[in-house]
Design a protein. Structure first.
Length: 131
């Protein structure tokens, strides 16, 4: 997160309050001590969707393969949850209520199953899934 990202978040009603709550409360649990956190971030609408999410995740996948580690993430989107389950074989390790919505904790195998960078898979997450 850059200072410019924080400035935009601080000026966005709703997002500002959710992020402040996230940053000042007990962190969501991690599945295993050495799991790599795949942070899913707020992205401008024009960049949302499968290709952007896939490109971000492949970088984490590569690191995890090189270091024999799983990766995990938390998401409030059932579409993103299902995409990680189908694409990387992730498993739901926990579900929590946060800010009035379910949050899904996902973790991959050690190391994560390699995904196939096909056009079909890259387009599998609709832009609306990351909103």
């Amino acid at each position: 997160i850059t200072p410019a990202d924080v400035a935009v978040a601080a000026q966005t009603p709703g997002l500002r309050e959710r992020l402040a709550n996230l940053w000042t409360t007990q962190p969501l649990p991690l599945p295993v001590e050495d799991a790599v956190c795949c942070v899913l971030s707020v992205v401008e609408p024009k960049y949302r969707g499968g290709p952007m999410l896939y490109d971000m995740t492949v970088k984490v996948e590569d690191f995890c393969h090189e270091n024999d580690r799983p990766f995990y993430c938390w998401t409030g989107s059932s579409h993103v949850r299902d995409w990680f389950v189908r694409g990387w074989g992730a498993m739901v390790f926990d579900t929590r209520e946060w800010e009035g919505r379910p949050m899904y904790g996902l973790v991959t195998e050690r190391p994560p199953r390699r995904g196939v960078a096909s056009a079909e898979r890259r387009a599998a997450v609709p832009a609306s899934a990351t909103t």
